[in-house]
Design a protein. Sequence first.
Length: 231
Amino acid sequence: MTDIRNVVLVHGGFVDGSGWRGVYDLLSRDGYRVSVVQYPTISLADDVAVTTRVLDQQDGPTILVGHSYGGAVITEAGRHENVAGLAYIAAFVPDRGESVDTLLADPPPGAPVPPILPPVDGSLFLDRARFREAFAGDLSDGDAAFLADSQLAWGVEALHAPVSEPAWRLRPSWYLVVNGDRMIPPPAQRAMSERAGATVTEVTGSHAIHISQPQAVADLVKQAAATLGQR
């Protein structure tokens, strides 16, 4: 049995690592050593490299957690020797040769289309006027407006970059399906989690579930740590 107390949190597109504050506080209060990755979301290779540097600093087995695009990052970076398990939070779970773009290419019938604006100088943003509806429907108007006005540019290169060897084929995984998500359709979340053989928990909320319901995310991470600690 190994006591897993290290957690690394990886943010998605359009937002930065500050959205993990609620999850960070809950896990830290319970004795976990939590690190929050901050990367520019310009290219998958660079984002994986930044995540790998944080994983290098861990002193033992670690739960690697990714939200949204961060799922692609942890799928690539999760082969690191310190990673004991993966936790996907309303996230993309690419297989070998797949990218976020290919996973978005064939949405389920009737699924909402994320209001991504045409790229400018290789960067993508969400339409501010539709941000709350698409990304943060269960946040207050003020919190959603802040996220919309502080968007992090998402590089087209990161969107198109394929995963080489998916870590979920080597590491056990957990998935938090969000059945009110209007960015990544819930049927797609269920299909990706099933393909990865993930242990699934389902909640009702928006794509910003890590902000609106940090307890649900923390509980999933603790479930992963406890399960792996018993092996």
